[in-house]
Design a protein around this ligand. Sequence first.
Ligand code: HEM
Length: 402
Amino acid sequence: MSNAPVVSIDLATFHADPYPALAQMRKETPVCFVPELGATLFTRRDDVFRDEKRVDLFSSHQPDGLLTKVMGSNMMRKDGDAHMRERKALFPALSPRTVRDILAPRFHDIVQGHIDRLKPLGACDLVSDFAMPVSADALRLMTGLTNMEATEMDAASQAMLDAAANYQRDPEIDKRGYHYADRVQYLIEERLPALRAQPDHSIISVLDQAGLTLNEIAGNVRVIIGGGQNEPRDAIAGTAWALLTCAKQRAQISQGAATWRDAFDEYVRLVAPIGMSPRRVARNGSACGIDFKEGELIFFMFGSACRDTVHFPDPDRFDIGRNTGPAIPFGAGPHFCAGAAASRSLIADHALPMLFGQLPDLHLDGDVIFAGWAFRGPLAVPVRWDGATSLPMSGNAPISSP
Ligand code: HEM
């Protein structure tokens, strides 16, 4: 085992709110072994930013890991040329040009459809009624899985992620995860003939055009469903919640003093939807003054890095005026999120401005609880609009650690 200091956590407390424990780790034991997680955590931003690039020591290649077992072989669990081959193949589907010319107009239509559906209702839960279906419809479009219902996309994402984190080997969780993994492959096979007859910019089509096998396409599409559904959902609902809690900061956007992108970037800094990324120690070696042994598990803690006081003064505060440049909610190495540009467009250019622009009296209508440390977001964001009875807006009240 490495000689990192050992720090114990209470798993339930860490799940409810990991930030106090992470702040203490950053201050006192920035690289520490947490027995309850069976991993050594890197908690400071500069350490994560530097060491995520040391792929010779901290490898993504984890063929026996649970994620690979459930989802199949995929780019996120590969290094070097094997990773680059699949990453390059994916590029045409999510490149800045594809986002601007092909996806953005469709994102507009998707968001408009959901606002039109919700507007007469006067109230909803932003997570399940708006952010979830918007994210799922965007993912159906991006993947090419137009034969999959939005609710099934959401269920598949959750079931495969749960199975990939099923360290206690609960057979029911495994069964559900593997069921949806098979289902995704079935739906890909169903779509392939049409996409071969008429190739397009969807993920299935570009991976097929690049010569990836069915298994390689399925593995990558499953990982993208796992990472591309809940995160935009949580970021849409979470950023909306933050702005609904801080009327003065919302006014800065309407007055042109700040942008929707500022709000999105600041929210994903404050509550990174993906809080960590795991790596395997590839050989004996040292980092941050700690000696690691081959085979050990380490976690790069993006959620902690994004609250590091070295870069972010008063880091638990939502502040759309701050410099979010050093934040790394999309990663900081060769596995930097391939969907970052598409997510910014969907959330900051469409979902948020259209939501606030078309439901102008939008306000919170109840408490909002956050959960998770590896994946974190609001469980529900109840809202009302059109002058329905509501809680008063809270001015510029400081946000307690979400
Ligand atoms: C707010 C939304 C999102 C956030 C916060 C997010 C965050 C992340 C993070 C933290 C990683 C791992 C980076 C690393 O280990 O260095 C990642 C990887 C990835 N993400 Fe995202 N993601 C989001 C949305 C999406 C979407 C919508 C897609 C695709 C449609 C996507 C596709 C990917 C892919 C393919 C990878 C693996 C890249 C590789 O291994 O080279 N993500 N994402």
